[in-house]
Design a protein around this ligand. Structure first.
Ligand SMILES: *[C@@H]1O[C@H](CO)[C@@H](O)[C@H](O)[C@H]1NC(C)=O
Length: 434
């Protein structure tokens, strides 16, 4: 009898819960997070086939601040190893975006002609699809399609976004690689994954929940093959964690955070995170490459307490109307400069040549067949990329030229070195793929 009751209770509560989350992801206010563990079905582990978070009590919330730290404090306590996530409440509360972007009409009117990249709301890294379209087309359709804007925050929109105080001096201020815009009607779910870059994710509209897991637990998490880029993801179905197949998931400590409009979370490089949204949600992220040393030389003179709009600081990868490529997820181009100079030293060469560039290709690009010689077609590509840098066609470039190379040239090299991330051009065609 007692057993039967437990089963009934389990069935009843899970149906209730499933109903509250899976129906549409809207009406977000009452979704309980972190969840309360449910009694298990007889013979099965607690949380089996339930969403991630039901397998074990959380360690607690992510460390929270009501006033963002100074850049030096942020560096010392969170952004240098061991990296520690944090939540800043109301760090971008003064950004006009927080008031204005609650309205689709406002966004359509002001930014509708700008292009964005679109993904599926339920992330699927095994079958990724990405479309490009004007923001207005997205806004006209997103309530009845499974569309999710995950794109570069277009330049004009940065004027309404605030830079959190902790990034306003030192190398933080100079190191920003890109900023992304996230916009959906809710019910989005990421896979459990980690990225190479540090990331401050700020919520502008709606609600987002985060599950955070230290990278050191990666071997308990059914990781997909590690990618050379320093990012990675798990095969885990985050809606239905299979504890029979992956029992170790229940041993992994986790912390949690819920963001409201104006709040930001620092997701450190390589930190696992799983993200869910409820109801219409708009977010902007700021990403940078982790650095080993903090150079605070300008911190004594920078005013970090005056409101600073996001268009007052520089970024490496940006998008504005008319740009052919929306360069998302590209590398820090300063690494290219550094790598070229280091290789010249290592090889004891005075000149950087297509042959040296080919060595980098062999190691970076053709990782899967490491050690294999490049074919003639590959070499042709290498020479083409090289010619971008060899402006006066000498057949080589000097260390001085590499040191002085402008960012735009380095970006063209980066685009040659890595594949374009996402569609190119104005209209990539059919919309029914998503
Ligand atoms: C620190 O940054 C400043 C610019 O803010 C630069 O002039 C200086 O060379 C840097 N110092 C080091 C050791 O890199």
């Amino acid at each position: 009898m007692a057993l039967k009751k437990a089963v009934l209770f389990w069935t009843f509560t899970s149906v209730l819960w499933l109903g509250s989350i899976f129906v549409n992801g809207e009406g977000s206010e009452d979704v309980v997070f972190p969840p309360t563990l449910l009694p298990s079905e007889p013979g099965l582990p607690v949380g089996h086939l339930l969403p991630l978070g039901y397998q074990r009590e959380p360690e607690g919330p992510v460390k929270e601040y009501t006033q963002p730290l100074t850049p030096t404090e942020f560096w010392e306590q969170h952004a240098r190893e061991p990296y520690v996530p944090l939540v800043y409440r109301q760090a971008i509360a003064k950004a006009p975006a927080v008031a204005n972007w609650q309205s689709d009409d406002y966004i359509r009117e002001k930014y509708g002609d700008l292009d964005v990249l679109i993904e599926k709301k339920i992330e699927d890294r095994h079958h990724p699809v990405r479309l490009r379209m004007p923001l207005s087309e997205f806004l006209d359709n997103y309530h009845h399609k499974q569309w999710y804007v995950v794109s570069l925050l277009p330049d004009p929109m940065r004027a309404e976004m605030q830079v959190p105080r902790s990034l306003l001096c030192g190398n933080f201020r100079d190191s920003i690689l890109e900023s992304n815009l996230w916009l959906s009607s809710g019910g989005t779910r990421s896979v459990l994954h980690y990225d190479a870059d540090h990331n401050i994710h700020c919520l502008i509209s709606g609600r987002k929940d985060f599950i955070m897991i230290d990278n050191k637990y990666g071997d308990k998490l059914d990781l997909a093959d590690k990618k050379k880029s320093g990012s990675g993801f798990t095969h885990m179905n985050v809606d239905k964690v299979d504890l029979v197949k992956n029992p170790e998931v229940a041993e992994v400590p986790w912390t949690w955070a819920t963001l409201k409009p104006g709040d930001c979370i620092f997701i450190p490089s390589r930190y696992f995170h799983q993200v869910r949204s409820y109801g219409r949600s708009v977010a902007a992220t700021i990403m940078w490459d982790p650095f080993a040393e903090f150079n605070d030389s300008d911190c004594a003179t920078r005013d970090i307490d005056t409101y600073t709009a996001f268009n007052e600081v520089k970024l490496q990868w940006t998008y504005k109307k008319g740009d052919k490529v929306i360069d998302m997820g590209y590398m820090n181009v300063e690494i290219i400069r550094k790598t070229f100079l280091t290789l010249m030293k290592e090889e004891d060469m005075e000149k950087f040549t297509p042959e040296l560039l080919a060595i980098l290709y062999e190691h970076n690009i053709l990782d899967e067949d490491e050690g294999e010689e490049l074919g003639e077609e590959d070499m042709e590509h290498v020479r083409k990329v090289f010619s971008v840098m060899d402006k006066d066609k000498k057949g080589y470039i000097t260390a001085e030229e590499i040191q002085a190379m402008d960012i735009e040239t380095l970006k063209r090299v980066a685009r040659g070195i890595e594949e374009a991330h996402g569609p190119i051009g104005e209209d990539p065609g059919p919309r029914d793929e998503l």
